[in-house]
Design a protein around this ligand. Structure first.
Ligand code: SF4
Length: 251
């Protein structure tokens, strides 16, 4: 894909959604860290349901650490892998308290040193909480980047590096959200909605799926309207003959 196509893709995504953001609900970097840690292999909607219960009770490293693993697990038990996530979050709270003055560090290495925090989570925090031009490649971004020819790559890291290299600088901070939302709602895994896609003419995917063309409406057979009164015919043989004639006209 050439540079002018890439620029046009992001110009259109930006025009359609000038202020994209995560669908995870949070009000502080720490809440975002917890929400992102919970979101692995879970939907944002599912995470929001759990954090709406958790955050009013505990939304700081001290408060969540004080809950303990079992109590935290109880708040998030509707989420997949909740036991190991609870374990990691409690351990991360301990590190934040001990090493970072209970603040989420604005530093990749420090973030990735936290239990349960990998490169993708660190990228989300750096981008969404701190406005860094990072690219957290999740399943949606990996698929879209490969499918449409934007940044083909065999591994998540290869796609991340290509996106960072090729996305025009002015779009880089928001590109992560535009691509996630595009993959989640339009360029979906099993059946992309190419008919609704605002970048369809720029996309290089060869197997686009278009809505089935509307079939012309089958003309309805004209109803026979009789002007005669609906009285039974006194002549059965004549009546059946007339009926046969009328049927022939309809067919
Ligand atoms: S045209 Fe289809 S395959 Fe291409 S980006 Fe749009 S939805 Fe995805």
């Amino acid at each position: 894909m050439n540079a002018s196509k890439r620029h046009e893709i992001f110009s259109r995504l930006a025009a359609a959604n000038p202020h994209p953001t995560t669908e995870l609900e949070y009000s502080t970097p720490f809440e975002l860290l917890v929400a992102v840690a919970l979101s692995a292999q879970s939907t944002d909607k599912g995470v929001n349901l759990a954090t709406r219960r958790l955050f009013p009770v505990a939304n700081t490293p001290e408060a969540i650490h004080a809950l303990g693993e079992d109590c935290l697990a109880d708040f998030i038990k509707t989420i997949g892998l909740y036991k190991s996530k609870a374990q990691h979050i409690i351990a991360a709270c301990r590190m934040l308290i001990d090493l970072h003055d209970s603040q989420v560090p604005h530093d990749r290495a420090a973030l990735e040193a936290l239990p349960g925090v990998g490169r993708k989570t660190a990228n989300v925090i750096l981008n969404t909480a701190f406005g860094e031009p990072t690219m957290a490649v999740d399943t949606h971004i990996f698929r879209v980047a490969n499918r449409i020819g934007l940044a083909p790559g065999k591994t998540v890291l290869a796609v991340e590096k290509k996106l960072l290299k090729h996305i025009p600088r002015e779009f880089l901070v928001d590109a992560h959200h535009w691509l996630i939302l595009h993959g989640r709602y339009i360029c979906q895994a099993r059946k992309p909605k190419c008919g609704e896609c605002i970048i369809a003419d720029l996309c290089e995917y060869k197997e686009k799926t278009w809505p089935a063309p509307a079939t012309p409406a089958t003309p309805r057979k004209a109803a026979v309207v009789s002007t005669r009164p609906a009285t039974p015919s006194p002549l059965p043989s004549l009546a059946s003959g007339a009926k046969g004639k009328r049927k022939a006209q309809i067919d």
